[in-house]
Design a protein around this ligand. Structure first.
Ligand code: SF4
Length: 232
């Protein structure tokens, strides 16, 4: 049996065993099984999962995708996380700068073909960056959007052949708020300006949600696109 087959079986068993487990227990399971071949990814909307992971695995790698299109506040949140948490922040960059991408595909590719832009600036760098890991954790939550409603706490990421964790999949926004308040967790300051989900800065990619909207409603609003491709 190959290592990947073992990991697939391990992930499938853990999905059942850890479904009701607290987030820290899920992260501890990952640290025990994968050690330094486990990382956390963060969009730097908040530092909740990085904080949780560092509490059970100090020095854990926290991977951030620097698309070249981030808000200054997001880069600032990344730098603050690196400064105050016992984590090792790793910044991944696309193969091309924004200027190089503009020269090849024309300016503002995000407005014309956001799937291609996300593929070049998020999916490819993440796939490359995860090469050195066997397991990765995300901050996906079931209450964020219909497309995330069935997110397992542990899964086999068949596309990347890695174990994928969502330790706060069962959390609600109220759970996040309570954890942030109790632990003084860093938040992206844009959350105080009315944004409820923070991605890249072009208006076509991240906008404040409209009246009565919440969660990820402001992401690629009106385009039909709901995910960047990392979690598909
Ligand atoms: S979110 Fe927008 S700017 Fe960022 S990679 Fe995707 S399409 Fe490009």
């Amino acid at each position: 049996m190959s290592l990947a087959t073992d990991y697939e079986a391990l992930a499938n068993a853990a999905a059942v065993e850890l479904e009701e487990a607290p987030a820290q227990e899920i992260l501890r399971w990952a640290a025990e099984h994968f050690g330094k071949r486990f990382c956390v990814t963060s969009s730097m909307e908040d530092a909740v999962v990085a904080h949780l992971a560092s509490s059970v695995f100090p020095g854990v790698d926290v991977v951030f995708l620097d698309t070249g299109y981030h808000f200054a506040e997001t880069i600032g949140t990344r730098d603050a996380v690196a400064a105050v948490l016992p984590v090792n922040v790793i910044t991944l960059k696309p193969l091309q700068t924004v200027a190089e991408q503009d020269a090849r595909y024309g300016a503002n590719l995000h407005d014309r073909d956001p799937d291609l832009c996300c593929s070049l600036r998020k999916v490819e760098p993440l796939n490359r960056g995860l090469g050195g890991y066997d397991a990765w954790a995300t901050g996906l939550r079931r209450d964020e959007s219909p497309s995330r409603a069935n997110t397992p706490v542990v899964a086999w990421d068949a596309k990347r052949r890695k174990v994928k964790l969502a330790p706060i999949a069962r959390w609600t926004q109220a759970d996040v708020d309570a954890y942030v308040a109790a632990n003084g967790v860093l938040l992206n300051p844009l959350l105080w300006e009315g944004y409820t989900s923070i991605g890249c800065s072009p208006l076509s990619c991240t906008a404040k949600p409209g009246e009565g909207e919440q969660g990820r409603a402001g992401r690629w609003a009106g385009s039909g696109k709901t995910e960047c491709g990392i979690h598909l």
